[in-house]
Ligand binder design. Structure first.
Ligand code: NAX
Length: 336
C-alpha cells in the first residue's frame, strides 16, 4: 500500500483553509494515497478548528487517516511531507505595508525555525499568506537546513486569473490557453504577461501563438489585461465582501498537485514564486520571484531562454524593486 502523505496546514480555520482542506483530504491532490492532516492555528481559533475536524470526520473521506489539531508548529511540522502556510497576520484598514511585513516576518521566522528543527529535509513548503514572496524568503532563510528548492510562494492563482482573462478576450475556454506568466511579486506590482513567444492557444493539434492572436489587441494586452489581473483580488473583495478563498484554495491545491504529483505537461509552464539563486532573467539573486516553471518528479525548474520584450523587462524591474524593498524591511527585523 502507498505510504501516508502527511500534510500540515497553518491558518487552517481561516477562509482559505476551510476551502483547501477538503481538496487535500478528498484525494483531489494525492489520488488514493492515504492522507494525514496536521492543522495548525492560534489559540483563539482552536475551537473553530475542532469544528472543522468534526466536519472532516463527517465527510468520511476514504483516504483520510487522521486529523491532528494543534497550536504548536513543531507538533504540526514534525516529519511531514508537505506544509502549506496559509496563516498570517491580515492587512487591516489603515495598516501600512511595513507594519504588515513586521507582523508577518515574526510569524514566518517562527515557522522557518520550526521547519528547520523538526521537518524532514525532503519537506515541500508552499507559502500562501501575504506578503507571500517575502514570507517565503523569511521562512527559507530561517530554515537553513532545508534546501531552498523545497519552498515556493503561491502565484498560481494570479496565473489562472491571467489565463482566464486571455480566454475571455479571445472567446475560448480557459483550458486551451497554454502558458502565460506572472513575473515577480504576488502584489499589484506583478507583471502578468500574455505576449512572450512560447505562449499559445491549443487549437486541435495546432499551437497558435497568443502574441499573434492578440496582435490587434496590444493596447488591451499591455494595459487593461495587466491591471485587471493585478487588481483582481481587490475587485473580488469589493464584490464579494471578502477576499478570494475558493479560488485561492483551488490554486493552492493545483499548485501542489502540479509541483509534487503530476508535473507540468510537455511544453507547458506554470507560475511559481521561487528562490532566485541563479539570477534568472537578470533578476537580482536572493529574492523569491515568480517565474515560468516546469515541474518534474517533485521539483520545479525555471524555464529559461524566453525572449522578453523591452516592455516586459521594464515591468520586471518594477516588481523586482518592490521585492528588494520588502526584503530590506524584513532583513532589518531579522537582524534584531
Ligand atoms: P483568514 O484571516 O480567514 O485566515 C487566516 C488564519 O490564519 C486565521 O484563522 C488565523 O487564526 C490564522 N493564523 C494567524 N496567525 C497564525 C499563526 N501564527 N499560526 C497559525 N495560524 C495563524 O485569511 P484567509 O482569507 O484564509 O487568507 C490567508 C492568507 O492568504 C492571507 O495572508 C491572505 O492575504 C493570503 N492570500 C494569498 C493569496 C495568494 O495568491 N498568495 C490569495 C488569497 C489571499 O489573499
Amino acid at each position: 500500500a502507498d505510504s501516508v502523505v502527511k500534510i500540515a496546514v497553518s491558518g487552517a480555520a481561516g477562509n482559505i483553509g476551510y476551502a483547501l482542506i477538503p481538496l487535500l483530504a478528498s484525494g483531489y491532490v494525492f489520488g488514493d494515497r492515504p492522507v494525514e492532516l496536521r492543522l495548525l492555528e492560534i489559540p483563539h481559533a482552536l475551537k473553530a478548528l475542532a469544528g472543522i475536524r468534526m466536519e472532516l470526520i463527517d465527510c468520511a473521506f476514504p483516504c483520510l487517516t487522521d486529523v491532528i489539531c494543534t497550536t504548536d508548529p513543531r507538533e504540526a511540522f514534525e516529519n511531514v511531507d508537505v506544509i502549506v502556510l496559509v496563516g498570517g497576520f491580515p492587512r487591516k484598514q489603515g495598516m501600512e505595508r511595513k507594519d504588515l511585513i513586521e507582523a508577518n516576518t515574526k510569524i514566518f521566522t517562527t515557522m522557518g525555525r520550526a521547519i528547520n528543527d523538526v521537518a524532514s529535509t525532503n519537506v515541500k513548503v508552499l507559502v500562501v499568506a501575504n506578503p507571500a514572496n517575502t514570507n517565503c524568503l523569511v521562512a527559507l532563510t530561517e530554515a537553513a537546513s532545508i534546501p531552498s528548492k523545497n519552498f515556493c510562494a503561491l502565484t498560481y492563482l494570479d496565473h489562472q486569473r491571467a489565463k482566464a482573462q486571455v480566454a475571455i478576450q479571445l472567446g475560448v475556454s480557459t483550458n486551451r490557453i497554454k502558458n502565460v506568466t506572472i513575473w515577480g511579486n504576488h502584489s499589484n506590482s506583478q507583471f502578468p504577461d500574455a505576449l512572450t513567444d512560447g505562449y499559445y492557444l491549443q487549437d486541435d493539434g495546432e499551437k497558435v501563438p497568443l502574441a499573434s492572436l492578440l496582435a490587434h489587441d496590444l493596447d488591451w494586452a499591455t494595459a487593461d489585461f495587466v491591471t485587471t489581473v493585478q487588481e483582481r483580488g481587490k475587485h473580488v473583495i469589493e464584490v464579494r465582501g471578502a477576499s478570494s478563498a475558493l479560488s485561492a484554495a483551488q490554486a493552492s491545491a493545483d499548485c501542489i498537485k502540479t509541483w509534487l504529483v503530476t508535473g507540468t505537461q510537455d511544453g507547458e509552464t506554470v507560475s511559481m514564486a521561487v528562490y532566485n539563486d541563479e539570477g534568472y532573467y537578470g533578476v537580482q539573486k536572493g529574492l523569491v520571484f515568480s517565474f515560468p516553471c516546469e515541474c518534474k518528479d517533485g521539483d520545479w525548474y525555471v524555464k529559461t531562454g524566453l525572449s522578453l520584450s523591452e516592455f516586459a523587462m521594464e515591468k520586471l524591474v518594477i516588481t523586482e524593486k518592490e521585492l528588494m524593498e520588502e526584503r530590506e524591511a524584513a532583513k532589518d527585523l531579522l537582524s534584531k
